[in-house]
Design a protein around this ligand. Structure first.
Ligand SMILES: Cc1cc2nc3c(=O)[nH]c(=O)nc-3n(C[C@H](O)[C@H](O)[C@H](O)COP(=O)(O)O)c2cc1C
Length: 192
């Protein structure tokens, strides 16, 4: 089998999804969906992520330098898809029923229904041409109690929380099933 050269592109490279939680200047929570997210090592584990263009999440992180990153699961996907396809500058965006609590270490909004939440502080902003990379310290990691159950294997616990992956502009379930194109899962919210 041969190989073909392609322009910059990342299809068939699945990414984990996170909802970034921030507060605006009036203390109202905003959530946006992000996949350009990975980990760093600098004496301790940290996070690197990239935000492209101007968005509410970026405005809020610039002002406060802190945010939460909440793991997206299959259960959360309709809401996550909605947050990823709705501009935070619209007044309507956050008028949805949502369990939100505060971080334990940082003043960031945390999604109760997400089983793993990072409380992050930006240590360095690296401005690019239309995008921005942020290097962050993990100030706290919150995890549902069920994930520390020693009677279950890691595989069982991952299957239980079912994190969603994305590639090829589609969502895939933990076991690989196709969960729809970007913009599709949110449609079930309108039907409720
Ligand atoms: C599957 C998916 C992944 C996304 N990942 C990113 C990302 O990594 N970086 C980014 O800048 N925008 C990303 N977006 C777009 C933002 O979620 C979108 O601009 C959203 O409106 C941001 O929320 P906000 O307007 O409340 O800040 C993604 C959207 C989708 C549907």
């Amino acid at each position: 089998m041969g190989k073909m050269s392609l322009k910059p592109y990342n299809d068939y490279c699945p990414q984990t999804l996170f909802l970034y939680g921030t507060y605006d200047e009036n203390g109202n929570a905003d959530f946006g969906l992000f996949c350009w997210f990975s980990y760093t090592w600098d004496g301790e584990m940290g996070v690197m992520c990239c935000i492209g263009g101007n968005k509410m999440t970026k405005d809020n992180i610039h002002r406060n330098r802190i945010f939460s990153a909440n793991l997206v699961t299959e259960e959360l996907l309709p809401l996550a898809d909605y947050f990823g396809n709705t501009d935070g500058h619209s007044e309507e965006k956050m008028k949805v029923a949502l369990g939100i609590e505060k971080g334990r270490v940082l003043d960031v909004p945390v999604l109760t229904a997400s089983p793993v939440n990072f409380e992050l502080e930006v240590k360095q902003f690296i401005e690019l041409d239309g995008g921005e990379v942020m290097l962050c310290k993990m100030r706290n990691v919150l995890q549902d109690d069920s994930l520390s159950d020693k009677s279950k294997s890691e595989a069982e616990k991952l299957a239980m929380i079912a994190p969603v992956r994305t590639t090829c502009k589609r969502y895939f379930g933990y076991k690989g099933e196709d969960l729809g194109a970007w913009g599709e899962p949110r449609k079930v919210l309108a039907e409720k």
